[in-house]
Design a protein around this ligand. Structure first.
Ligand code: GLC
Length: 431
């Protein structure tokens, strides 16, 4: 285990670009939003100020309207498409024009709760930034104040090609004037492990539309080519909002409590809209048609992390969890292995992602599903012990997939090892 801890520390050091960490070199040469959040959790065990810097550098790119962008381009890099010259965000530093699942408040709360007065001071400095980003989600992605958070692009969900989005993407037309482009991702990773060309054309078509309307969130909501609700974003935001409430209490930011409490109530109510009675579980849903996706994903399983659902709903989700785990050697697949669209190696259509396992494991444990939580956490560590710091893993074979030397995989490994008593070993090896 010490060997893997050392390797995880090295991955984080090698992916450090001076104040921010790239997910992995070549394939993802910039700073990504939720990657940085999870990476900070790992960095914190090595070097606290560097962990805070990870978050502060991400917030440095926050838009005036509160949105924290999904990619921050601090330099151009021809190895990646679509880069800053395509997004044309027209700000400093250049960024993409979408967001990603908002994990920051949860990460910050954890660093404060485990930390020293230094950590509370850093959290106090950025508290209003976190508030602004939550406000952005509540206003821009839920203009109807329904408590259901929308997403205008699969990239915003962080689960790019999950079958959840197939129904929404079906309606996205590829305009004739879409600039021709060359994908870069498939030059680094095998085709079969990445989204298809048809999906990529649709992703680029939504970007094309967004650019045409100046990324006006109202237009995107009312007329955009894609509008779905994601259990991942919904549950992560709800959890982060509850964590923000605790943070506000801890930091004595009393004036924020009312606003945050209202968000918690609204999101809790809205989450019920994602309950698919036919499947007996929480699923993605098309906002305009009301049609449900029909598969259980690793994002569905975040209902425990957000503590959403009544007793019966959580029991049903626990049963899905058990059923799915029986079908896989390793936990937890990104798509139901009993569903026809399951593909064990294609990105978010089957493979395991460690950051999701981390949140699922935490939620299950908090809600008293201890056996399931243990299975997920044990599997997560075994995957790294056996196959290294891959981007994602095959749930049937356990083999490493996608990019190598991945920051958030390394960070989650450190975080989980530390939770199980290796804190001292990590700090000794980090020296
Ligand atoms: C992919 C993932 C996304 C992640 C990014 C960088 O696009 O789907 O969730 O943030 O890579 O690692």
């Amino acid at each position: 285990m010490d060997k893997m801890i050392k390797e995880a520390i090295n991955v984080l050091k090698e992916n450090d670009r001076g104040g921010y960490t790239v997910p992995t070199s070549r394939l993802y040469p910039f700073q990504w939003n939720w990657d940085s959040g999870f990476t900070a959790l790992g960095l914190w065990h090595i070097n606290k100020w560097r962990a805070w810097l990870e978050i502060i550098s991400l917030l440095d790119a926050q838009w005036e309207n509160g949105m924290i962008p999904h990619i921050v381009f601090r330099q151009n890099d021809p190895d990646y498409y679509p880069g800053p010259d395509i997004w044309l965000s027209n700000n400093e530093p250049p960024t993409s024009c979408l967001s990603q699942p908002p994990v920051l408040a949860s990460v910050v709360l954890q660093m404060v709760e485990k930390g020293t007065p230094y950590d509370s001071r850093k959290a106090r400095e950025i508290f209003s930034r976190l508030m602004a980003s939550h406000r952005w989600f509540m206003e821009s992605r839920d203009p109807e104040n329904s408590g259901v958070i929308s997403t205008v692009h699969p990239w915003e969900t962080g689960r790019d090609n999950c079958p959840d989005w197939d129904m929404g993407l079906k309606n996205v037309e590829v305009p004739e004037e879409l600039e021709s482009y060359t994908r870069r991702d498939t030059m680094h990773v095998e085709n079969q492990q990445r989204p298809t060309q048809t999906e990529y054309d649709k992703y680029m078509s939504i970007v094309h539309f967004g650019k045409k309307v100046g990324w006006d969130n109202n237009v995107l909501y009312n007329e955009g080519p894609f509008l779905m609700a994601d259990p991942g974003i919904q549950f992560i935001l709800l959890r982060a909002t509850k964590d923000l409430l605790q943070l506000a209490t801890h930091l004595k930011m009393d004036e924020a409590l009312n606003e945050i409490n209202n968000w918690v109530d609204l999101l809790t109510t809205g989450s019920q809209w994602l309950w698919n009675e036919t499947v007996g579980g929480f699923c993605a849903r098309d906002i305009r048609t009301g049609n449900f996706s029909d598969g259980i994903t690793n994002a569905s399983m975040l209902c425990f992390y957000a503590n959403v659902g009544n007793e019966l709903q959580q029991k049903k989700m626990g049963a899905h969890c058990e059923r799915i785990l029986k079908k896989c050697k390793y936990a937890f697949p990104s798509w139901d292995p009993e569903h026809k669209s399951f593909d064990k190696i294609r990105y978010w259509r089957g493979p395991i992602w460690l950051i999701m396992n981390y949140m699922i494991g935490k939620g299950l444990r908090e809600q008293g599903f201890d056996m399931l939580a243990k299975r997920i956490i044990d599997d997560t560590k075994s995957l790294v012990d056996e196959s290294g710091m891959a981007e994602y893993f095959d749930p049937i074979e356990g083999s490493p997939l996608g990019g190598k030397n991945f920051s958030w995989t390394a960070a989650i490994y450190l975080e989980m090892s530390s939770a199980e008593g290796s804190e001292q070993i990590i700090s000794d090896l980090a020296l």
